[in-house]
Design a binder for this molecule. Structure first.
Ligand SMILES: Nc1ncnc2c1ncn2[C@@H]1O[C@H](COP(=O)(O)OP(=O)(O)OP(=O)(O)O)[C@@H](O)[C@H]1O
Ligand SMILES: [Mg+2]
Length: 309
């Protein structure tokens, strides 16, 4: 695989977008009003989060990437729309009046988070139904569908999305959320992390039990593959042909947040470019190993994956 081949992949990302906002501040005193620090905000930084970060990862790998989602017509929604417009992502985002854009605001002082404040509201049923027409049009223009579920309601109609993709034989990769995965029935592959997989299928003791749980889930949902991402323990792929375990590839670990986004985005781009599932998994694991070694940026370029000799 190489950069030219990745550039042919067309990836449709659908799901919950969010804005990651950082307020870098100085703390020099305790408030006279309550026993809390006073943070003097010196710099604000906004980053794409959730499904938008997934799309950014796919686009940074060079894939033709479309992002279909809803945001509010508020400050955070406008910021997010600008960030996407300034990126290589093709935007199919809709701004919705009355919806509050999901935002995670962190107040940081000396590399330390003081507090995180979350803002969100559930998008309207009707608004999401409206989005289905656009989804149907976009399906025909893409090779792979990536559903990034952060449990914020953007994937309320996931069952219908899966059915429409299946009709057109488009592979669908899902980053799941919650206890009940039955709504992901008929997906091609799902990528829970350890905690997510345990929440959906129960705790396991040892590798055999993990494999049994993955195989049971595959059978119940008609999935081609389950990929359990296991942080410092790498990742395990379960398919009809058994288990493939890949050891974590990181040399140094600075920032593990967003590694899961990098994994599923790399898988989608690789599969869209025509790679085998095994090669896609090995490449996704390398991409995750690179991204956890970075501070700030949470995406990987083809040149980092295949450096020139
Ligand atoms: N501490 C770590 N050391 C080495 N590799 C790591 C580490 N954490 C994550 N990785 C790499 O990133 C992949 C995905 O990480 P993880 O299983 O934590 O996903 P995740 O919980 O969905 O991540 P997030 O939700 O923060 O994006 C792992 O399979 C591994 O390749
Ligand atoms: Mg994750």
């Amino acid at each position: 695989m190489n950069a030219d081949q990745l550039a042919k992949a067309r990836v449709l990302v659908v799901g919950d977008v969010m804005l990651d906002r950082y307020w870098f501040s100085a703390v020099e005193r305790i408030s006279p009003e309550a026993p809390v620090p006073v943070a003097l905000v010196q710099r604000e930084e906004d980053r794409m989060g959730g499904a938008a970060n997934v799309a950014l990862n796919a686009a940074t790998l060079g894939a033709q990437t479309t992002l279909l989602s809803v945001v509010g017509s508020d400050d955070a929604g406008r910021r997010l729309a600008h960030l996407v417009a300034d990126s290589p992502i093709r935007s199919a985002m809709r701004q919705v009046v009355g919806l509050r854009t999901t935002m995670k605001l962190r107040v940081v002082s000396r590399q330390q988070q003081l507090i995180r404040m979350d803002f969100e509201s559930k998008p309207d049923h009707e608004v999401l139904l409206d989005l289905m027409d656009r989804y149907e049009q976009e399906l025909d223009l893409h090779d792979v569908v990536l559903l990034s579920d952060y449990g914020k309601g953007g994937l309320t109609h996931v069952e219908r999305m899966l059915a429409m993709a299946r009709l057109r034989s488009k592979p669908v990769l899902v980053d799941p959320k919650g206890r009940d995965y039955s709504r992901y029935k008929g997906a091609t592959l799902i990528t829970p992390n350890r905690a997510e997989f345990a929440l959906a299928t129960g705790d396991w003791q040892g590798e055999d039990e993990l494999q049994q749980q993955a195989d049971r889930l595959r059978a119940a949902l008609g999935l081609q593959a389950v990929l359990v991402t296991r942080a410092e323990d790498g990742m395990s792929l379960f398919t009809d042909t058994g288990r493939l375990h890949v050891q974590a590839a990181a040399k140094e670990v600075f920032d593990v947040s967003g590694a899961g986004d990098t994994v599923i985005a790399t898988l989608a781009v690789m599969l869209g470019a025509g790679s085998s599932l095994e090669e896609a998994v090995r490449t996704a694991n390398r991409a995750a190993g690179i991204v956890v070694g970075k501070l700030g940026t949470a995406s990987v370029t083809p040149a980092e994956l295949w450096p020139l000799p």
